[in-house]
Write a protein that binds this ligand. Structure first.
Ligand SMILES: Nc1nc(=O)c2c([nH]1)NC[C@@H]1CN(c3ccc(C(=O)N[C@@H](CCC(=O)O)C(=O)O)cc3)C=[N+]21
Length: 290
C-alpha cells in the first residue's frame, strides 16, 4: 500500500479556531463594553493584497470583531500613514493595527512599523516585540510562525527535543519561527541560499519548515522519512494556481505529516491574527480568557 502522511489541514483548524474566537468575543464583549477592534490598512490597488485584506476583514466580521477598513490610495505619503497610526494608537476601540505589506516603494516602511504601539502590533513586526521574542519574554509574535506552532500542537506533533530545520531567514517568518521552536526546546538549524548542501541539511529535520519563497523547490531528497513538513510558500503560478515551496506529490510519499497549499499555513496565519488581536484585547481590557 502507498504511504499516506497525516495531512495537516490548516483550513479546518482555522475554522475551529474561528468558532472558539467567536465564543470568546460573545463572553467577553459584554464585560468589556466593546468587542475586540482590529484596524486593517491597505495602501494601493495590488490585487493579491486586496484579496488577502478582504479575507482578513471577513474573518474579523465572522467572529464579531470591530474591523474598520482603511483603503488608502497609492499616492498616500509616509506622513499620512504616520498620522493615521497615531490616531489608531490613541483610539480605545482599537486593539490591533495591521498595515498590509508590501507598501508602495515611496513609503518608508521601517518608520511606519516603528510607529505602531507595540501593544497593538498584532503582526509582531515591531522591534520591541522581536526583541521580546529573542529574550524569550511574552509579547506579540508574527502570525505565520505562531500559527505553525498552533498547528503542530493541535496535531499532537511534539517539538521538545526534536531537530527542526527552518529554510529561510526572513524577519517575518524564518527568524521568528526559529526562535519559537527554540523556545519550545527544539534543536534548530536555520538554512538559507548560501547553505552548502541544502538537501543534506534539510534531511536532518524531524520538523522541516520551508519558507524560502521558491516555488516547488523542496523535493523528496530534502525530507527524512517520517518528518513533518510545513510549507509556508505561496507563489501564484502563471495559471493562477497557488504553489508552495514543496513538491507535494513527492513529499507526501516520504513525510509523516505535511501541510497542503492552499489550505495549510495560509488560513492559520489569518486565524492567528485574530488570536493576537484577542490577546491584545485581553491586555487592554484587563480581562482574562474565558
Ligand atoms: N502586514 C502583513 N501581515 C501579513 O500577515 C501579511 C502581509 N502583511 N502581507 C502579505 C502576507 C501574505 N499573507 C497571507 C495570509 C493568508 C493567506 C491565505 O489564507 N492563503 C490561502 C489561500 C488564499 C488564496 O487562494 O489566495 C491558503 O493558503 O489556503 C495567504 C497569505 C499574510 N501576509
Amino acid at each position: 500500500m502507498a504511504h499516506t502522511p497525516m495531512i495537516l489541514d490548516g483550513k479546518a483548524l482555522a475554522a475551529t479556531l474561528h468558532d472558539e474566537q467567536a465564543k470568546k468575543v460573545q463572553a467577553l464583549a459584554p464585560r468589556a463594553g466593546r468587542p475586540p477592534g482590529l484596524a486593517v490598512i491597505l495602501v494601493g490597488e495590488d490585487p493579491a493584497s486586496r484579496t488577502y485584506v478582504a479575507n482578513k476583514r471577513n474573518a474579523c466580521r465572522k467572529v464579531g470583531f470591530h474591523a474598520p477598513e482603511y483603503n488608502l490610495k497609492d499616492s498616500t505619503t509616509t506622513q499620512d500613514l504616520l498620522s493615521l497610526i497615531d490616531t489608531l494608537n490613541a483610539d480605545p476601540a482599537i486593539d490591533g493595527i495591521l498595515v498590509q505589506l508590501p507598501l508602495p516603494a515611496h513609503v518608508r516602511k521601517e518608520e511606519i512599523l516603528l510607529r505602531i504601539a507595540p501593544d497593538k502590533d498584532v503582526d509582531g513586526f515591531h522591534p520591541a516585540n522581536l526583541g521580546r521574542l529573542v529574550a524569550g519574554e511574552p509579547g506579540l509574535v508574527a502570525c505565520t510562525p505562531r500559527g505553525i506552532i498552533t498547528l503542530l500542537d493541535r496535531a499532537g506533533i511534539p517539538i521538545s527535543g526534536k531537530h527542526a530545520v527552518v529554510i529561510g531567514r526572513s524577519v517575518i517568518v524564518g527568524r521568528p519561527m526559529s526562535l519559537l521552536l527554540l523556545n519550545r526546546d527544539a534543536t534548530v538549524t536555520i538554512c538559507h541560499s548560501k547553505t552548502p548542501d541544502l538537501p543534506a541539511a534539510a534531511r536532518q529535520a524531524d520538523i522541516l519548515v520551508a519558507a524560502l519563497g521558491r516555488p516547488e523547490m523542496i523535493g523528496r531528497d530534502y525530507i527524512k522519512p517520517g518528518a513533518t513538513v510545513i510549507d509556508v510558500g505561496i507563489s501564484r503560478g502563471a495559471d493562477g494556481k497557488l504553489k508552495g515551496d514543496v513538491r507535494f506529490d513527492e513529499a507526501r510519499e516520504v513525510a509523516g505529516a505535511i501541510t497542503p497549499v492552499p489550505g495549510g499555513v495560509g488560513p492559520m496565519t489569518i486565524a492567528t491574527l485574530l488570536d493576537n488581536t484577542l490577546d491584545a484585547y485581553l491586555h487592554h481590557t484587563g480581562l482574562s480568557s474565558p
